[in-house]
Design a binder for this molecule. Sequence first.
Ligand SMILES: CC(C)(COP(=O)(O)OP(=O)(O)OC[C@H]1O[C@@H](n2cnc3c(N)ncnc32)[C@H](O)[C@@H]1OP(=O)(O)O)[C@@H](O)C(=O)NCCC(=O)NCCS
Length: 332
Amino acid sequence: MTSAIPVSQARISAIGTHVPERVLTNRDLERLVETSDEWIVQRTGIHERRIAANDEFTSDLCVKAVENLVERHQVRLADIDFVIVSTATPDAPFPSVASQVHHRLGLSRTAGAIDISAACAGFVHGLNMANALITSEQCRKVLVIGAETLSKITDYTDRTTCILFGDAAGAVLVEHDSKEPSFIRSVSTTDGSAGIHLYCSGIADRIGGKPILRNGKLVQNGREVFKIAVHTLVREIPPLLAEEGLTPGDLDLFVPHSANIRIIEAVCSRIGIPMEKVLFSATRYGNTSSASIPLALKDGMDAGKLKRGDLVLLSGFGGGFVHTSTLIRWTI
Ligand SMILES: CC(C)(COP(=O)(O)OP(=O)(O)OC[C@H]1O[C@@H](n2cnc3c(N)ncnc32)[C@H](O)[C@@H]1OP(=O)(O)O)[C@@H](O)C(=O)NCCC(=O)NCCS
């Protein structure tokens, strides 16, 4: 699906994030599995990640991220009319994290709440959905939250996965604004045949007809995921920009899902985006799936790298295999 959004009436107007207190460094991981700080940094760019406490769950991180957003931007929550939570690690299959966040934030009874499942692409999908709800005049203010407690589904005896993932939440407010809309154009792609390469088992014993490991933990074929991610972004980004008469060189910033610095370097070198234009959150937080893009945006803003009016490409990609790239104008 590719779509121009010439009549977008939605503006991203506020952002907040939260990470758990506990830091898990590469040195800590050396004590758990046969690995080294040097290997992890060289292969992934990750130095440390945050880990939720035993009694801390995705909904807790969501509420704190929204509290941070409210504090930073003095936002009134009373007139929010929809909350979308992207997560692969909900507190429970149901009720949704969004419904629990709705309750704990005391949102209006008439506000909708929904979780979306699109792994590491979910936050960008959520933004697109918020834009659609607002532009079609069904809503005026939508909270979009990307949040994960991936540590709960990580196997800390598997060195090929446990070095990668961390816990975090990021929230943005999208609101009606026809004068300064954020959304320009988007492309989404899906390849369900690659689902077997990155999964966490649930109630079924197979994916795409193939038997899977049923331990309730994240399982990954890292090399395949790497190749699919690079191939997909290199194939999809230049045509998306070309539809707007742009080239990668026209972007002020590129904010891909912070999975691994080498995936991003491979994409950037192939399509011609200098690494100085990338915002990357995994150095300090690891791969936080749905939360990685809002973390990178907020830290980028606070560091003075991301400024109002910047032309920014957001690219979410991950388990499915799913991908969404959305071109926006930064409007905070
Ligand atoms: C996981 C990943 C970092 C592994 O790096 P890689 O260069 O592909 O490594 P390989 O799997 O080829 O393994 C190379 C060697 O390192 C070893 N190795 C794997 N994990 C290791 C670790 N944590 N520490 C040290 N050695 C490790 C392997 O066992 C292998 O050893 P061998 O050659 O003796 O068999 C890489 O594949 C990757 O980043 N994939 C994408 C993951 C991702 O981003 N997922 C989320 C997408 S949303």
